[in-house]
Ligand binder design. Sequence first.
Ligand code: SF4
Length: 290
Amino acid sequence: MKCELCPRRCGVDRSVETGFCGCGEKAVVAHSMLHFWEEPCISGKNGSGCVFFAGCQLKCVYCQNRSISRGSAGKEYSVRELAELFVSLERKGANNINLVTPDHFALQIRAALREARRLGMTVPAVYNCSGYVCVETLRALADDIDIYLTDFKYMSSELAERYSSCPDYPDRAKEALCEMVRQHPLRVYGADGMMRSGVIVRHLILPGNTADSIRVLDHLHARYGDAIQVSLMNQFTPIGLENYQEINRKLTTLEYDRVIKHALSIGMENVYIQEKGTASESFIPEFRPQ
Ligand code: SF4
């Protein structure tokens, strides 16, 4: 079968070769853990049950997870093994199952979620993605995903091309977000404050590019208003950016404040912002609700 799961649409048969994401047919899990530093409505006190999948269809030049995204380091999981992993994370107390960089294994994940539900999984499934996703893939997941935790990286196709080799990112991300909100038009929380279903949009501000961040916020607010939760991230960490000197530094406080002020000035109410000093090689994000 030709793979067209993501907008790269490589058209390769992944049973015999790999496409841009570098992954074959079987899901490869690089790491799994209870994660306590996602957004508060995702991590809560018990943590989010993160499953980090190997490979990625973007490979951004500033990626902070190169060891995972650039290759297939990790262990192959059958659908049954993946389902059992989800269930075991819930048994450890996970508030949800957080599928990190899932797009290139979307169909295996869907099958595993269905098997995990049969095995007793009850917590929400979180689709934690780059935003560069095909609408058809999202539609295939409509019955199985409770929360979309998606990036919206760029409004500028020039930036998308330079840093992520995908000039069509803004168009694809807009279409994908539209489908995510169609599936989950409301943000629903439990009595414990944990999100049960809905859409959270993350935006990582790039140094020297606050104007594009402001365009992203304008789009999100004009199109979706309070239907989505926004998470504004200041954690940009300059690693391996010798050929990209214009972003080879941390974000300044002034730049972050400028974007936050804009969010407030246009009336955004559901915005997570991060504490200062979160950009380091051993970054551990801390969120506080705005
Ligand atoms: S999932 Fe991988 S092989 Fe399939 S279209 Fe995307 S990058 Fe290409």
